[in-house]
Design a protein around this ligand. Structure first.
Ligand code: GLN
Length: 484
């Protein structure tokens, strides 16, 4: 096994026992990047010099006998939606092509303080709007399992980077599925925490009531390790929750005796590829064999999730994106005639089609005459969906479903059909609307492409969710990797 193929927990032991140095580990990962990045195209920016400087620092600590935490020296990629001081941060958009933030987002800062070695910033759909990374203002990222297919989105670069071993783990953001969906399509673990558990300070806002940062990892153990250091109350984010920090690795118990698992029938209905359904049914059997009680349940209102989401998310986006006006950040047209001309042409040239579509939809939904009919109504539907989840969680410890209705689709297949693209998140969007935690774990393949099992937890129910995901992973024993 090459170093770049190992997990955080395996590498940590090797670093502590001085079997390897952080520098050797960084060399291994960057040699992998040199080898495959041209084909996969995960990164917008690679921060090689900074990475080696940080690895050196960690090696000095180890040499001086200082105790290091589990993330120290671990090569980590960050979705380009999170601000990093002094390092270009584009959000996948031409409008931020030349933007260098003056501060670092809290989530990234938390990990940097733990000693991660940042390898670079990953490609994404512009402003995190999309399900394939084809909406990036720069280039398309490829799925390491099949370079003609999409890695999913919007955090496609953060998923492909881990699947292709170009980083040991990465961070993404999930507004409607953008961590879990690409994790499923790339055969890795991806987790969206409870809304408010991870600070959004310094995360470039898409839809503020839905956005959450979370990890992409090679296994559930690594996910728990990263989560331990990612979370925490932040005075800079008024929606960040105040809780005593649990040790999520304690939840990694391989035992499901007496655990109740509900399967929402609406998420196994038509629209889900029958071959995916078959893989999920096998996964359910495995959960039962491990002692869980698995039964069908219902979330009757989630059929309205997509409609509610595509009002709420664009509405919030239209308001959040008003700040990109050519004055405060990034791109400005060079030859404007006056202020209005500058605003209009900067935004016309700087934003891509999908972002413009969302700004128009959102502005319309929030306009005086339509506010109640659209935004108000969508918020009411959102409450009904939350009530559905609450009722289900009265009977079940977790809910499970497929993460996606299909495996990775071909590049170009859905770009001209936004509605078909929006359907990719049919199983993940309800979870964001309700603010719940969700994780996708690999559970098999269909025609050689990975399939993800989604485990949904109660509000702040990360521990039970991780326990179910971990037990499944241990008995399933996923070891397949893309051949690059
Ligand atoms: N695909 C969904 C959208 O386009 C979700 C994106 C996300 O989670 N950031 O809005």
């Amino acid at each position: 096994m090459k170093l770049f193929e190992l997990t955080i927990h395996e590498l940590h032991e090797k670093l502590v026992s001085k079997e390897i140095s952080a520098k050797e580990l960084a060399e291994s990962v960057f040699s992998r990047i040199d080898d495959v990045e041209e084909r996969v195209k995960s990164y917008i920016t690679v921060t090689r010099d900074e990475a080696f400087a940080k690895a050196d620092e960690i090696d000095k600590k180890i040499a001086s006998g200082e105790r290091i935490g589990p993330l120290a020296g671990i090569p980590t990629a960050i979705k380009d939606v999170m601000n990093t001081e002094g390092i270009r941060t584009t959000c996948g958009s031409k409008i931020l092509d030349n933007y260098i933030p003056v501060y670092t987002s809290t989530a990234v800062k938390n990990l940097l303080e733990e000693g991660i070695v940042m390898t670079g910033k990953t490609n994404m759909d512009e402003f995190a709007m999309g399900s394939s990374t084809e909406n990036s203002g720069f280039f398309v990222t490829r799925n390491p399992w099949d370079l003609e297919r999409v890695p999913g989105g919007s955090s496609g670069g953060s998923a492909s980077v881990v699947a292709a071993d170009e980083a040991i783990f990465s961070l993404g953001s999930d507004t409607g599925g953008s961590i879990r969906q690409p994790a499923a399509l790339c055969g890795i673990v991806g987790m969206k925490p409870t809304y408010g558990l991870v600070s959004r300070f310094g995360l470039i806002a898409f839809a503020s009531s839905l956005d959450q940062i979370g990890p992409f990892t090679k296994d559930v153990t690594d996910c728990a390790i990263v989560l331990n250091h990612l979370i925490g109350h932040d005075i800079n984010d008024s929606t960040s929750v105040k809780i005593d920090k649990p040790d999520y690795t304690k939840a990694l118990v391989n035992d499901l005796n007496g655990i109740t698992i509900g399967v929402p029938k609406e998420l196994m209905a038509e629209g889900i590829d029958p071959k995916i359904k078959a893989v999920i049914e096998n996964a359910l059997k495995l959960l039962e064999d491990n002692g869980a009680v698995v039964a069908e349940t219902s979330l009757p209102n989630i059929e309205h999730s997509l409609s509610a989401y595509y009002i709420i998310a664009p509405a919030e986006a239209s308001s959040n994106l008003a700040r990109f006006d050519g004055v405060r950040y990034g791109y400005r047209v060079p030859d404007a005639e006056d202020l209005i001309d500058m605003y209009m042409r900067t935004r016309a040239e700087g934003f891509g089609d999908e972002v413009k579509r969302r700004i128009m939809l959102g502005t319309y939904a929030l306009s005086a005459g339509y506010y109640d009919a659209y935004y108000g109504q969508a918020q009411k539907v959102r409450t009904l969906i939350m009530d559905d989840f609450n009722r289900a969680f009265a009977d079940y410890d977790v809910l499970v479903s497929p993460t996606t209705p299909t495996t990775a689709f071909k590049i170009g297949e859905k770009v001209d059909d936004p509605l078909a693209m929006y359907l990719s998140d049919i199983c993940t969007i309800p979870v964001n609307l309700a603010g719940l935690p969700g994780i996708s774990v690999p559970c098999g393949t269909v025609d050689g492409l990975p399939v993800g099992l989604q485990v949904i937890g109660k509000t702040l129910g990360e521990e039970m969710m991780l326990r179910v995901a971990y037990s499944f992973e241990q008995s399933f024993g996923w070891s397949e990797k893309p051949k690059l």
